[in-house]
Design a protein around this ligand. Sequence first.
Ligand code: PLP
Length: 455
Amino acid sequence: MHYLSTRNNQLKESFLNILFRGLSKDGGLFLPSEWPTISLKNLAGKSYQEVAHSIIFPYIKDDVPDSDLKFIINEAYKNFDHNKIAPVVNIDKNKYVLELFYGPTFAFKDYALQFLGNLFSYLLTKRKKKITVLGATSGDTGSAAINAFKGKDDIEVFILHPHNNVSEVQRRQMTTIEETNIHNFAIEGNFDDCQRIVKELFVDEEIQSKTSLTAINSINWIRIIAQTVYYFWSYLQLNKEKVNFIVPSGNFGNIFSARVAKYMGLPINELHIVTNENDILNRSIKTGEMKILKVKQTYSPSMDIQISSNFERQLFESSDRDSNFLNDLMRSFSKNNEVTIPQNILKNIQSIYNTHSVTDSEVLQTIKEFYNKYNYLSDPHTATGLNILSKLNTNVANISLACAHPAKFKNAIFDAINKEPPVPQDLKKIFDKEEKMTILENKKELVKSNILKLI
Ligand SMILES: *Cc1c(COP(=O)(O)O)cnc(C)c1O
């Protein structure tokens, strides 16, 4: 097993190299040289941790011994607040919700980042190395990463979030951390601006020469594969022949993890991508015109994205791994903010994904409807998926992903049902603590000089 880049299919990198780099030097995203298949029979009766081991091991076996991986996985999931880690809840006939908010920061990002944090610690201690973690967040990745890396000696963490564009709970989860290796930059711009600055810093030679920069955004391959685990896990809980998944989407990370599960042999019938009003994925896949529009602020900030980075991975797969094509396409996209996906590639993508877009008013309606009809309270991201779940009438089990705890998005819940959501004890604590963050203009050089001062 080795790793290649979407912009260079001849690359042969080891897992260790791609883990710490995140993004390839050529600007592309890493993918494994092959898709190992998993025998479903062998997974029957296993715990979440054991399933995680079976899924992840083939990708990292050259660099992490079997027993060490077991230890890392057990550490990663010990602070999750549900004995099933990620339980499947039955809502109605053939309608299920996979709940992914039992980690320390109450959103699905914990499932990959708690694992990543422990994997990094293990490898850095072994190699006596220090790294700088740099990431952009629309809210949940930042808090999950900060929680996973806080207090770790060999890791300095810089997280960029769009100033005034994340929920109060999301912001406080990031800014109330006392550990001194955590640094929050609030950028006067939107999430795409933050992500662009991060991408530029990753190819900045001065920064590269002073520290070892590591990406923890969902462009990091290990996050994708760690999320693949709960697709298998939910299937195993249901005991059905086939399943459909409905995935609220922004950066195309979670839905691509589902696609990877299918490559690895999970019998997935349909994959549904759901966006909010920032619907670039829905438009691109329906029409082939991939065009950036202005980012709208919605009730689901973690999906307020117009550049879905991981979509490049699917474009690469659907072009039969043609990196020349990807170079041309992505160069043109970044220059013109729009590009046309060729018909043959588009057809392939359309054969894999159904796409939908859900408006803010539909989100409120759906939160209310599920609360009244099923006594089920969902967060606004989850509600985009539930809106589609309520409309699907198939004989196949439909599993919609619950991406965050409703208490993270009090305003949306209040607007939907005129009541505040119940707040878990652990979330209440952050309201008494002092906040620490630096507000910066939307400029790469400013972010760079602030990082250089602190490393
Ligand atoms: C990150 C996130 C999403 C979007 O997931 P992608 O992997 O970026 O597509 C949706 N909902 C919540 C709550 C999130 O935190």
